[in-house]
Design a protein. Structure first.
Length: 236
C-alpha cells in the first residue's frame, strides 16, 4: 500500500496529457523516484521500423558522456599481447579456452559484456546457446569483436550502452541514475537519441522517432516531445 501511494504521488507530478521537452522531463525525473535506493533511469524509444526486415534492424552502441552509474563487469576472450592489453585496461576476466569452458560447463554469465578478438570467434561461437538469449554474444556491429580490446574495455567500463530494437519496434536502454540530476540526464539522453537518429534505416518510411518515454526504475513514465529533438538533429 505504501509503495502504491508513493507511486500515485509521483504520478501526480506528471501531466499525462503533456509532451515534455527533453530538458523538462529530465529535470522532473529525480522528483518521480519512489524507492529509497538510487533508481536507474531508463529510456524507451518507439521507432517506425519493422525489425522483421533485416534492412530495418536498428542496433548499435553509444558511449554516454556521464556513464550509466553502474559498474560494468567486462570479460575478454583473447590470447597473447591482446590478453595483456585487456588486463591492463581493467577487464574483470581474461582468457581463451579455459574461459569458454567455464561458461560452457558452468553456464557462468556473471558479467555484463564480453569482448573478443576476431581470431577467437570460432571458439566463442560455441557459446551461442548460453550467451545468445542473454544478449551477451560479442558482435562487430557494436564493437565487441575487435582487435582494439583495450579501447573496448575502457569504453564499456566508462558507460558504453549497447542497444537493439525489439520486435515491437522499441529500443530500451539505461541512461543513468536519478542522482545524476537533470543536466547530466539530459546530456546522456540527447546523445542516445542522436545516435538512434543517425542509425535511421534508409528503408524506414513515415515517422521514424514515434515516441520517447523516460522513467526511473520504479517510477511512472514521462512522455517527451520528439519534434524538437528531430528538428535539432536535422539542423546540425
Amino acid at each position: 500500500m505504501a509503495v502504491g501511494k508513493k507511486y500515485e504521488a509521483a504520478r501526480a507530478k506528471i501531466d499525462r496529457n503533456k509532451r515534455y521537452s527533453l530538458d523538462e522531463a529530465c529535470k522532473l525525473l529525480p522528483e518521480t523516484k519512489i524507492a529509497k535506493f538510487d533508481e536507474s533511469v531508463d529510456i524507451a524509444v518507439r521507432l517506425g521500423v519493422d525489425p522483421k526486415h533485416a534492412d530495418q534492424m536498428v542496433r548499435g552502441a553509444v558511449v554516454l558522456p556521464h556513464g550509466t552509474g553502474k559498474s560494468q563487469r567486462v570479460i575478454v576472450v583473447a590470447k597473447g599481447d591482446k590478453a595483456n592489453e585487456a588486463r591492463e585496461a581493467g577487464a574483470d576476466a581474461v582468457g581463451a579456452e579455459e574461459l569458454v569452458e567455464k561458461i560452457q560447463k558452468e553456464s557462468w554469465t556473471d558479467f555484463d559484456s564480453m569482448v573478443a578478438t576476431p581470431d577467437m570467434m570460432g571458439l566463442v561461437g560455441r557459446l551461442g546457446r548460453v550467451l545468445g538469449p542473454k544478449g551477451l554474444m560479442p558482435n562487430p556491429k557494436v564493437g565487441t569483436v575487435t582487435t582494439d580490446v583495450a579501447k573496448a574495455v575502457r569504453e564499456l567500463k566508462a558507460g558504453r550502452v549497447e542497444f537493439r530494437v525489439e520486435k515491437a519496434g522499441i529500443v530500451q536502454a539505461r541512461i543513468g541514475k536519478a542522482s545524476f540530476g537533470g543536466a547530466k540526464l539530459t546530456e546522456n539522453a540527447r546523445v542516445m537519441l542522436d545516435t538512434l537518429l543517425r542509425l535511421k534505416p534508409a528503408s524506414a518510411k513515415g515517422t521514424y522517432m514515434k515516441s520517447v518515454t523516460l522513467s526511473t526504475t520504479m517510477g511512472p513514465g514521462i512522455k517527451v516531445d520528439t519534434a524538437p529533438i528531430v528538428a535539432d538533429f536535422e539542423s546540425k
